[in-house]
Design a protein around this ligand. Structure first.
Ligand code: F6R
Length: 606
């Protein structure tokens, strides 16, 4: 979603800012812009990709201080004037803003009455005008910002520079901002990933924080005027920019990275001797684990599907009631929170606003929340303060693939850990732990021999709609397959637990309708076989994902075999053909696989 990058120091800012924007590109956006201070402000904005912005920048663009932004439209269409940065009326203040100003309409009307002329339809522009107004009332820039923020309702990650003052100001409320401290230079970014080539020394801003920056000083305060010490964190993990290498797209590269990223996730976390998991960040004693009344898992999109799988595993292995919740629904549904229960907030980016608000609601009601997060130091990881990192490495395609598998792996280890503290035997624990250890190898085996993926692509690519069906642990996998195909190839997809098919979706079936069945060799296989026959009888064409050598393997019109796998672990294998079908269908339809339309990698608005 929206991204911010800022620089002040001895170097020319323009190339640093453009490179920063390029590194933020994977988050998804529709326009970008840059402002440089060079005696005056030079501002350039352009709809489209960062290369479009680059194409309108003059060859020599001077200035050692600047701010830049990638926008994902919320208020006002995708146009050049609506792109950030936004300049104040007298041209002395320029701002970039992530988030939503909920009372912008009222503020805009008040400002208009004072004669202010607006140049955009955005909610953000009010900030530059109010900041200028407060500055004109003899306030210091930081005091002017404080007074401005006190008038705003909503969320912000905000960065401002001033023509007459050598400071850059930042403020955070609900939208991430990280400050990077270099040698005589200061950086600002909404994503630590974009800072890592410049410095490892960073300050993660918290909600309510204001930062006053010079080239060599970071001064922290809050909206009430209290100052506090600057807490510098040294980033442990350098997120080198992932190069495409031999791959044409990040999505395919990340599908192929799954064996290695899974190894990163499970290494050191499997106790093969005791048949147990070893997730350090959970900090729960066996006694606490044994007393859990229930578990709730929250996430959105792909993370929610991983949460559903985690919930099923915890319930069936550990015999603790477990439910997955769509985070965007949770907070507004007036949930009852049991402080003794365990909650998980699951998120690749760690910045999803819906998940963040749900977890804050749980904490407000006395509940405790563990994060299952990929991005180290992200808002969700920090708000939880405990949990596990899934260690997928940077996921740059908008469609999530390797993070899904690692979320499932981390939740599987957790399920075993709770199960072992309750009734699961050492032998059974060992069986699953050994199975998990084998998964990266089985994924490699499947990727080397993928089966008739292109035949499946031919069947789905021109379909009116595609139905995905699975039972038990394969029902969330069906949902994940449908989400993936829909988001990258824009094909309407439906996913249902296979048993529900006859209660409604069967009405969609006609001669040739594609139905994708996910049927590993588990206890619900025979029930799925009946559902296949019911679809077949209505003329549907079946794409069947099954285990190698299984007796169901010729029930489909197109049969895709995955290696034999432990029943509890099948999602990490069955999801692979679905990811590949989505990727190749998107390519066949000429879609922008890594940057599907309208989507953003990190959804920072509710
Ligand atoms: C699907 C996808 C989205 C995300 C969802 C949550 O491919 O990427 O559905 O899974 O927006 O994002 P995170 O995991 O960052 O909270």
């Amino acid at each position: 979603m929206c991204g911010i990058f800022g620089y002040m120091g001895p170097k020319q800012a323009a190339p640093i800012l453009v490179e920063g924007l390029r590194r933020l590109e994977y988050r998804g956006y529709d326009s970008s812009g840059i402002a440089l201070k060079n005696g005056d402000f030079s501002i350039y904005k352009k709809t489209g990709k960062v290369v479009e912005l680059q194409s309108i920048l003059p060859e020599k663009l001077h200035g050692n201080v600047g701010i830049a932004h990638t926008r994902w439209a919320t208020h006002g269409g995708v146009t050049d004037p609506n792109a950030h940065p936004h300049l104040s009326e007298n041209g002395k203040v320029v701002i970039v803003h992530n988030g939503i100003i909920e009372n912008s309409r009222t503020l805009r009307n008040l400002l208009k009455k004072k004669g202010v002329v607006f140049n955009s339809e955005t909610d953000s522009e009010v900030i530059s005008h109010i900041l200028e107004y407060e500055l004109n009332r003899d306030n210091s820039p930081t005091d002017a910002l404080r007074r401005t923020l006190s008038k705003l309702v909503g969320t912000w990650g905000l960065c401002a520079i001033f023509l007459d003052h050598d400071v850059m100001l930042c403020a955070r409320n609900g939208s991430p901002l990280i400050i990077g401290q270099g040698d005589g230079e200061t950086f600002v970014s909404s994503d630590p990933h974009a800072l890592s080539t410049h410095t490892q020394r960073v300050v993660f801003m918290d909600d309510g924080d204001i930062a006053t920056l010079t080239t060599d000083q970071i001064t922290m305060s809050n909206i009430h005027g209290d100052s506090f010490d600057t807490d510098i964190t040294v980033l442990e993990e350098e997120w080198e920019e992932a190069e495409l290498g031999e791959f044409e797209h990040y999505m395919l590269k990340e599908i192929y990275e799954q064996p290695d990223s899974l190894r990163q996730c499970i290494n050191g976390r499997l106790d093969r001797v005791r048949g147990n998991g070893r997730l350090g960040g959970l900090n729960l004693t066996p006694l606490e684990l044994s007393k859990l009344p229930h578990v709730r898992l929250l996430g959105c999109g792909t993370a929610y599907h991983a949460a559903e799988i985690g919930g099923l595993l915890i319930e069936s292995l550990a015999r603790v009631p477990s439910v997955a919740h769509i985070a965007s629904e949770f907070r507004t549904n007036e949930p009852v929170v049991n402080p003794n229960a365990l909650h998980f907030a699951i998120s690749q980016s760690g910045e999803t606003a819906d998940t963040l608000s749900a977890l804050k609601e749980i904490q407000l009601k006395g509940g405790s929340v563990h994060g299952v997060v990929n991005v180290v130091g992200s808002s969700i990881a920090r708000q939880c303060g405990k949990g596990v990192y899934i260690h997928s490495g940077p996921e740059q395609a908008v469609a999530s693939t390797k993070a899904f598998s690692n979320m499932v792996a981390a939740l599987t280890i957790f399920s075993i850990q709770v199960a072992r503290s309750r009734s699961l035997s050492k032998e059974k624990g060992k069986e699953i732990i050994n199975g998990l250890q084998q998964i990266p190898h089985l994924i490699e085996e499947y990727l080397a021999n993928q089966g008739p993926i292109m035949e499946a692509v031919d069947l789905v690519k021109d379909a009116k709609s595609v139905l995905f069906l699975g039972r038990g642990i394969s029902a969330p996998v069906a949902k994940e397959g449908a989400l993936k195909l829909m988001e990258v190839a824009y094909i309407p997809c439906l996913a249902y637990p296979a048993g529900e098919m006859k209660h409604g979706p069967i009405a969609l079936l006609e001669e040739g309708s594609p139905v994708i069945f996910i049927v590993p060799n588990d206890h619900v296989k025979e029930k799925s076989r009946s559902a296949i026959h019911e679809c077949r009888a209505r003329g549907a064409k079946i794409i069947l994902i099954h285990e190698q050598g299984d007796d169901i393997s010729d029930e489909g019109d197109i049969n895709i075999a995955i290696p034999k796998v432990n029943n509890y672990l099948s999602p990490m294998l069955t999801v692979l053909p679905l990811q590949l079908i989505s990727y190749h269908a998107a390519l066949a339809l000429g879609c922008d696989v890594d940057r599907p339309r309208n989507l953003a990698k990190s959804v920072t608005v509710e």
